[in-house]
Design a protein around this ligand. Structure first.
Ligand code: FEO
Ligand code: CA
Ligand code: CA
Ligand code: CA
Length: 565
């Protein structure tokens, strides 16, 4: 324990204490600075778009950085550095006039909310005063709930995705609730459509069926879009929700490119998309479905890829699998095919949760990000928490009793599972697994709720969510949990980013974020000297010190200028 308190050579910094304030804290020897905030201009014309009193003006709302930053990736294009970053959702109470009580009252207010979500592509540069957004860069781009994108893969053109506005079922507007991220082997961005269900509502009769209930689609939309835009009204456009909930590919190097929804990767509440190159040359994408009692998936391309080769079909032609974790720490990837599910391929891809239930995949404690170790053939998934574990089945009626990989009833702390594919091949059907860490509170509990052996009073956290590896093989863990610092969560403080050593299991705290915020999204500058970290839904008046709280991306670097990414 003393060695831990002193820090550890492998990590290169001393762990920090918890915080309960409205600031950011990083270790001794590091500095941080805000890179970009909700409402900051991407183009000069939007310099005055944000007002501390009123937020963003509707006419400039697609020319500024969106709200609630989430997954992001860095790309190098023509010697420039671009960050592609998600804006997952909006807080209507801070975006709309107080009188609206958080519900849009006009079509313009709906446009404002639509524009502040989606994806931003922005060039950044080190100005000598740290990194800044390059205003007016030819690469800067906003992708919103109204941007046209193509539907590709087996669902393209299918009756399930045809609407009045798009009878061919080939072109859809918008990517929604963009949560985590991924980067392809060929340097494009993958944005992951998570809680898309919440954007749809019905002003008349809802169509029936498990295809809606299993996904939580129905009732009123969270932003009342359906009152001002028929496309979001399920009683009028019952197929529109079938066109969302995918992995969408964006080419940041071409600001005129059309984003593409990759239906072969299935439809569910996509958290992130971790692409790896299997040893047999196939392309594998690991994906969590963040819902209580839903599943962990992987996609395996039928074709193979090598550096510089064409990528056509790699994300359109393949097999989707759901994970089964056996209690003896072995596991199997169960293929979702017409033979195994009795469903047609279009139904498997549109109603993927139902297909995975049919093959008996393991219900999980909310699979969030998957991260793969660059130094070893293994991957990790954050199972953030699950208050329903052992309490009630998932929306498909699947059993959620405790099992070895989800071992705690009413799991409010979460755990991180790790698996090693058979034959060191990410495309293989079998794997071995273990729990890298079970979060918990050893100060409150001396049972399984105290967490695994690598949890101690100095590194407690709950609800692991974002995860990414640095090139040196360390696992960075971001939390999105209870920050009240009391009761079962006493001693955990604000949400935080920790670093784990896969070999020793040791985990130490690197960063804490303002009270109210979660930490989500992480990438590094091209020289790995600066980390970019997302701070979503902060409380208080962070970072401005007055006015509204502003979700932001923060740069963090070592004062000695050394690499740490
Ligand atoms: Fe958007 Fe599951 O986090
Ligand atoms: Ca998340
Ligand atoms: Ca969240
Ligand atoms: Ca979360």
């Amino acid at each position: 324990a003393a060695a831990r308190a002193d820090g550890h050579m492998k990590f290169g910094f001393k762990p920090i204490d918890i915080a309960t304030d409205y600031e950011i804290h990083v270790p001794e020897g590091f500095d941080h600075k805000v890179l970009v905030r909700w409402g900051d201009a991407l183009w000069t014309e939007a310099k005055d778009a944000y007002d501390a009193q009123n937020g963003v003006s509707v006419d400039m709302s697609d020319k500024v950085f969106g709200e609630n930053t989430d997954g992001m990736e860095l790309f190098e294009v023509d010697g420039k550095q671009l960050i592609t970053v998600n804006s997952e959702y909006v807080n209507p109470k801070i975006n709309l006039p107080a009188a609206s009580e958080g519900t849009p009252q006009t079509a313009d207010e709906v446009v404002l909310l639509k524009n502040l979500q989606g994806v931003t592509v922005m060039e950044i540069a080190d100005t000598g005063n740290g990194f800044e957004v390059v205003l007016d860069s030819a690469y800067n781009r906003r992708i919103t709930h109204e941007t046209e994108m193509a539907i590709a893969g087996p669902l393209a053109g299918h009756a399930l995705v045809q609407t009045k506005a798009d009878p061919a079922g080939l072109m859809v507007k918008g990517t929604m609730n963009n949560c985590g991220s991924g980067k392809t082997l060929w340097d494009t961005y993958l944005t992951c459509e998570e809680n898309f269900n919440g954007y749809f509502g019905a002003t008349g009769d809802m169509p029936d069926g498990e295809g809606y209930t299993r996904y939580g689609i129905g009732g009123s939309g969270r932003y009342a879009y359906e009152k001002f835009d028929e496309r979001y009204d399920i009683s009028k456009e019952p197929n529109e929700p079938h066109r969302h909930g995918f992995i969408t590919e964006i080419d940041p190097s071409d600001p005129t490119s059309t984003p593409v929804k990759r239906t072969a990767l299935g439809r569910f509440k996509h958290e992130n998309a971790e692409m790896v190159h299997a040893k047999d040359g196939r392309v594998v994408v690991y994906m969590g479905d963040d819902e209580r009692g839903e599943f962990l998936y992987k996609y395996v391309s039928n074709g193979t890829w090598e550096q510089g080769a064409a990528t056509d079909g790699l994300l359109d032609d393949g097999v989707l699998y759901a994970a089964k974790f056996n209690d003896d720490q072995t596991g199997e990837w169960l293929a979702l095919t017409p033979e195994t599910t009795g469903m047609e391929i279009a139904d498997i891809l549109c109603f993927t949760r139902m297909a995975a239930s049919k093959v008996g995949a393991t219900t999980m404690d909310r699979p969030e990000w998957v991260a793969s170790n660059p130094l070893k053939v293994e991957a990790y998934c954050a199972l953030t928490n699950n208050k329903n574990r052992g309490v009630k089945p998932n929306a498909g009626g699947d059993d959620t009793s405790v099992n070895a990989v989800n071992p705690r009833e009413t799991n409010n702390y979460g755990q991180i599972v790790r698996w090693t594919p058979a034959d060191e091949n990410h495309a293989a059907d079998g794997f071995a697994w273990d729990l890298y860490v079970m979060a918990g509170n050893p100060e409150v509990y001396d049972n399984i709720y105290g967490g695994s052996d690598n949890i101690n009073a100095g590194n407690m956290f709950n609800s692991p969510d974002g995860m990414a590896f640095s090139s040196d093989g360390l696992l960075w863990i971001q939390t999105d949990g209870n920050y009240k610092n009391e009761g079962d969560f006493a001693g955990m403080g604000n949400n935080q980013m920790l670093v784990g050593d896969p070999e020793s299991g040791e985990i130490i705290r690197f960063m804490t974020v303002p009270n109210g915020a979660e930490v989500t999204g992480l990438c590094w500058s091209a020289d790995k000297k600066v980390a970019f970290v997302g701070v979503q839904h902060p409380g208080g008046s962070w970072p401005d010190g007055e006015g509204k709280p502003r979700s932001s991306v923060v740069s963090v670097w070592r004062q000695d200028g050394a690499q740490f990414g």
